[in-house]
Design a protein around this ligand. Structure first.
Ligand code: S3P
Length: 461
């Protein structure tokens, strides 16, 4: 057994998701100015730790996102016998090879993180071990059947028959059967869980995507030496991984998270006179639908110094305050901006005319029902909003009055979206809790303050 990991002594995070709620409001802002970096991409950070654990040798990760969700994944891979720890500025993962992890001594707690839990289900599926997986109140409400169904076809057992939400007891096997799986929902988490399980199966496992979703798993698996084929067949994409793979530890650089940068970009567009540059942001086309949409709305956004870092495209993004006009956001763009609808909807209240966002079914199963939470938060602050099936329409009406309290439902992106809108609303917008921002972007407030934003801590009721 490896030595006890020391990462908790070098990086202290409050993993207690039942912590007392901390309401927060943002104050009307003067122009935001500056050049900043946002923390590492959350999706890539989870994958770097997991593939490092499944590789032989050492993986060195720079720029890892040190937020609760990712720290929970680090704890999980350590509990499974890999060793992930921070040394200086670099996270090192000493892996055990594909199929080489060992049973954990206790439950694996993924906190708020759907990505951590679902990707690790793919790992557990390929090991003959029994694992209890748990999560916080938000994660325990989220659907797991979408991942369990294909993994059970491959050989995973759920020891609570019929149960489809955490907590779950899962029994994997070292003899997984490869499958061809057509994704019923556009989900990179489901795709990734099946591909990860496929690394352990005897033969080729194929995932068929109808709509392209983020492709970090495919890119990073190739970087670690796995054989991954991506083929266009008609309107579909077939992604095939060869089983009994051998992954070799690699260096990984994690670029800035475009989903975190979205809040800074939104603030810079909305606050008159702002001019902000965010350096080193991931610009993978499967992730930047929001930026395309904001450009269509008239946003002054420039991609500078475009380059490739560690197999992913990266740029510095300059954003200058702009008058926005409403647009229709097509359903097929949803997977490339799925985490950005709360902030886009909040911004739409400041645009001229209507913004209609289609194809939002997946928003209902995120850290909260984001369709409902976004609409309710906007209405509480004076916006004209309509939810019609899977579409959300916001009619710009000279901005937001503010003065309302937003129910965040343990959802970091709902909190950050409304704190951003509050920088330009007539009266402050209060979010009922800000503690969960630490799951993805612990530096949010401090970075925004660097640019000139100010916040207030109202006393909890
Ligand atoms: C993620 C995929 C998306 C996204 C989540 C991260 C990933 O979820 O919303 O924040 O890293 O694969 P779905 O796969 O459920 O769409």
């Amino acid at each position: 057994m490896p030595d006890a990991p020391n990462f908790l002594t070098v990086w202290k995070v409050d993993l207690n998701t039942t912590a007392t709620p901390k309401p927060l409001s943002s104050l009307r802002a003067a122009p935001l100015k500056g050049r900043v970096r946002v923390p590492g991409d959350k999706s890539i950070s989870h994958r770097a730790l997991i593939f490092g654990a499944l590789a032989t040798g050492t993986t060195r990760i720079t720029g890892l996102l040190e937020a609760e969700d990712v720290i929970n994944t680090a704890k999980a891979v350590n509990a499974l016998g890999a060793l992930a720890e921070k040394r200086g500025d670099v996270w090192e993962v000493k892996g055990r090879g594909v199929g080489g992890l060992r049973s954990p001594d206790g439950p694996l707690d993924f906190g708020n993180s759907g990505t951590g839990a679902r990707l690790m289900m793919g790992v557990v599926a390929g090991h003959s071990m029994t694992v209890v997986m748990t999560g916080d109140a938000s994660l325990s409400r989220r659907p797991m059947r979408r991942v369990l169904a294909p993994l059970m076809e491959m050989g995973l057992e759920v020891l609570e028959p019929g149960q489809e939400k955490l907590p779950l007891t899962l029994r994997g096997t070292s003899e997984l059967t490869p499958i061809v799986y057509v994704l019923p929902v556009p989900s990179a988490q489901v795709k990734s869980a099946v591909l990860i399980a496929g690394l352990h199966a005897a033969g080729e496992t194929t995932v068929v995507e109808r709509e392209p979703t983020r492709d970090h798993t495919e890119r990073m698996l190739r970087h670690f030496g796995a054989s991954v084929r991506t083929e266009a067949k008609g309107l579909d994409t077939h992604i095939t991984v060869t089983g009994h793979a051998e992954l070799v530890g690699r260096d990984v650089h994690v670029p800035g998270d475009p989903s975190s940068a979205a809040f800074l970009a939104a603030a810079a567009l909305l606050v008159p006179g702002s001019d902000v540059t965010i350096e080193g942001v991931l610009t993978n086309p499967t992730r930047i639908g929001l930026y395309t949409t904001l450009q269509e709305m008239g946003g002054d956004i420039t991609f500078l110094n475009e380059r490739e870092e560690g197999g992913e495209p990266v740029a510095d993004i300059r954003i200058r305050a702009s008058r926005l006009k409403g647009v229709r956001v097509p359903a097929e763009r949803a997977p490339s901006m799925i985490d950005e609808y709360p902030v886009l909807a909040a911004m739409s209240a400041f645009a001229e005319g209507q913004t209609q966002m289609d194809g939002l079914a997946e928003l209902k199963v995120k850290e909260s029902d984001r369709l409902q939470a976004t609409a309710a938060g906007l209405e509480a602050n004076g916006a004209v909003v309509r939810v019609d099936g899977d579409s959300l329409t916001v009619t710009g009406n000279g901005g937001l009055k503010g003065g309302g309290v937003v129910a965040t439902h343990l959802d970091h992106r709902i909190a950050m979206a409304f704190l951003t809108a509050g920088l330009v609303s007539d009266k402050p917008i209060v979010v009922d809790d800000s503690t969960m921002i630490a799951t993805s972007f612990p530096e949010f407030r401090q970075l925004m303050e660097t640019l000139g934003a100010r916040y207030d801590e109202p006393v909890a009721r």
